[in-house]
Write a protein that binds this ligand. Structure first.
Ligand code: NI
Length: 188
C-alpha cells in the first residue's frame, strides 16, 4: 500500500472523463488499496481514482460512522454533556458505477472535496438514488442509497465525468471559493 498524491484544482487532469474498468486484476486491487490509504490519511470520506491521477471509473467511500457498540466517550465540546462513539471503518468500493433512478426530491449537504481543500459549500442533489456497480471481482450489484451515502456517491461519480462540486455553484460563488483557496495557498 502507498499514499498517492491527491490532485488539486486547477489541475487539468481533474477535468478528465474516466474510462470504464475492463480488467479486474491485481493492478485494480492495488489501486483501490492505495486509494483507501490515501483517503484515510487525508482524511476524507470519498475518493475517485482520477483524484490520484488514474482516469478509471473507480471510487472508494467510507463514511466512517460512529460505532455505537463501542465504549462511549464523554464530551462537552458544546458546553453540554453528551457522548461520542469512536468511528468505525466501513470501506466501500464501486467500480464502473451508474446511477439508475435519481429521486426528484433534492437534499442539500455542505460538501467539501480533497481536490478543493478548505472550501465547503451547500450543494443540492437528488436525495436518493439506485446505483449499479461492479465489485473488485467484476460482480454486478444494485443498491438503493439515501442520506449522506447518496450525496457522497453522486459527488464521487461527478469526478468520473470531470466535474467538481464547485461546478454546481453559481459562477460568482465558484470564483469566490477559488479566490479564497488561492489566498490560503499564498498565505501557507
Ligand atoms: Ni471530491
Amino acid at each position: 500500500m502507498a499514499i498517492r498524491q491527491i490532485l488539486e484544482v486547477p489541475d487539468p487532469r481533474l477535468k478528465t472523463v474516466s474510462e470504464p474498468v475492463t480488467a479486474f486484476d491485481d493492478e485494480l486491487k492495488e489501486l483501490v488499496s492505495d486509494m483507501f490509504e490515501t483517503m484515510y490519511a487525508a482524511p476524507g470520506i470519498g475518493l475517485a481514482a482520477i483524484q490520484v491521477g488514474v482516469p478509471k471509473r473507480v471510487l472508494v467511500i467510507d463514511l466512517q460512522p460512529e460505532d455505537e457498540e463501542a465504549e462511549p466517550e464523554p464530551c462537552n465540546h458544546d458546553g453540554h454533556d453528551h457522548v461520542h462513539y469512536p468511528t468505525k471503518n466501513e470501506p466501500r468500493v464501486f467500480v464502473n458505477p451508474e446511477i439508475l433512478d435519481p429521486a426528484e426530491e433534492l437534499a442539500s449537504y455542505q460538501e467539501g472535496c480533497l481536490s478543493v481543500p478548505e472550501i465547503f459549500a451547500d450543494v443540492d442533489r437528488p436525495a436518493t438514488c439506485r446505483v449499479r456497480y461492479q465489485d473488485l471481482e467484476g460482480e454486478t450489484h444494485e443498491e438503493d442509497m439515501d442520506g449522506l451515502m447518496a450525496t457522497c456517491i453522486q459527488h464521487e461519480m461527478d469526478h468520473l465525468e470531470g466535474i467538481l462540486f464547485i461546478d454546481h455553484l453559481s459562477r460568482l460563488k465558484r470564483n469566490m471559493a477559488l479566490k479564497k483557496l488561492k489566498k490560503m495557498r499564498e498565505a501557507a
